[in-house]
Design a binder for this molecule. Sequence first.
Ligand SMILES: Cc1ncc(COP(=O)(O)O)c(C=O)c1O
Length: 476
Amino acid sequence: MIHVTLDGRGDLAARIYRQLFDAIVDGRLRPGERLPPTRDLAVRLDVSRNTVALAYERLAAEGVVVGRVGAGTFVGADAVGPSTARARRAPAGRMAANASWASVSPMAAASAGRVDFDFGVGSPDASLFPFTAWRRLVARELRLTRLDWSHYADPGGHAGLRAAIARHAGLARSVRASADDIVVTDGAQHALDLIARVVLEPGDTVAVEEPGYPPARRLFQALGARLAHVPVDAEGLVVASIPRSTRVVYVTPSHQFPLGTPMSLARRRALLEWAAERNGLVIEDDYDSEFRFEGRPLEPLQSLDTDGRVVYVGSFSKVMLPALRLGFLVAPESLRRACLAARQLSGWHGSLPTQAALARFIDEGLLARHVRKVTREYADRRARIVKGLSEGRLGRRLRLVPSAAGLHVAAVATNRSVDWTEVARRAETRGVFVRPIRHFAAATTGADGLVLGYGLIPARRVDEGLRRIADAVARA
Ligand SMILES: Cc1ncc(COP(=O)(O)O)c(C=O)c1O
């Protein structure tokens, strides 16, 4: 169905020839692909069949297409080599994005599997994922009778999934929500985007943790908010340091990103009091607390909240896979209608077969089983990292931040003599990917050290990875 127009110069056959030739040379038509039959193209262009045949003959004479009797005309197997394929690019253009977006660029992928010892943060181990079960569930949905394929669905998402998430989050995290309260999103980031759009006015202040989660900061800023970077101490976000002008606070109370500290109950209460007194909203990002290694989890802010001041955000990126893009939000009733409308205006409702498969995955107990299985594996990796960080050369330079859940640990420097950004750079030359704490901070003056993820590194590689980091410290 190649697009051919008769605009331009030259006789009709020459114009058709030129466009097909260009399409072959720049790779839109690939070797082996069939050109439209001359009769069809002639009808489409309202020209005689001879005109099209003439164009095809010229292409054949140049060796870029071959005719096969009774089968049609095909792009030649070696019509274009990779070196001759011309990239076809959109024009550069002079239009600029608006002021909020002009300085925002896409973030580079983190480690993307380039290194042998990958302590990258935030990625689960895909090799542990039950692909066979998932394939069965997705395949089951890909039938005419399983879904209403011809129509757009409820912006809140697949009904079965909303119910399954309400039960799952209620059981596992004591989140108070019915199926109607759940809005299924394309990951937590999408949930943050929806909430920010429906509550923020341009120039509003959003308080974020320092250090904190850069994609959330960048999002709020791109939507026109001012950021207030509020420090985090051993009890989590320092509520007393939230500036007066703040309207929204974004926090990761179960497992502070990136330090890992759980927010104390006293702080949780103080934050809810702040919200009630200042008419503020709290966004609670509970992104990876399903992996729990010790102790009992504290109540989420959402379940302590009696005033409708908390939006709870969950993600399936860690317990399932980030590539599936599945997450959800639970908004207080006062925001629900706006969140549903924003969800609808932003992509309508995500992919239903995937959502339906996740509903079954949860309902059949497969999610709970998967989380139990990977938690055992991650516990082993985590224990090795914790041990390695608390002894020897690293133990003298770093102090582990106490944490009980999640997919990474952080260790802060015991003094300021080491440049941890330089350590990370040197480690990378020796096949180790690791992030300094500063990578996640807005300022360059706070505590530094390292954040080590264990989603990607097999347990047997942890010790050698840490040894290489210790070598990098010695040289930095
Ligand atoms: C603090 C935080 N929030 C949310 C997410 C997950 O986001 P998403 O569900 O968009 O993949 C991550 C992933 O690394 C994270 O670190």
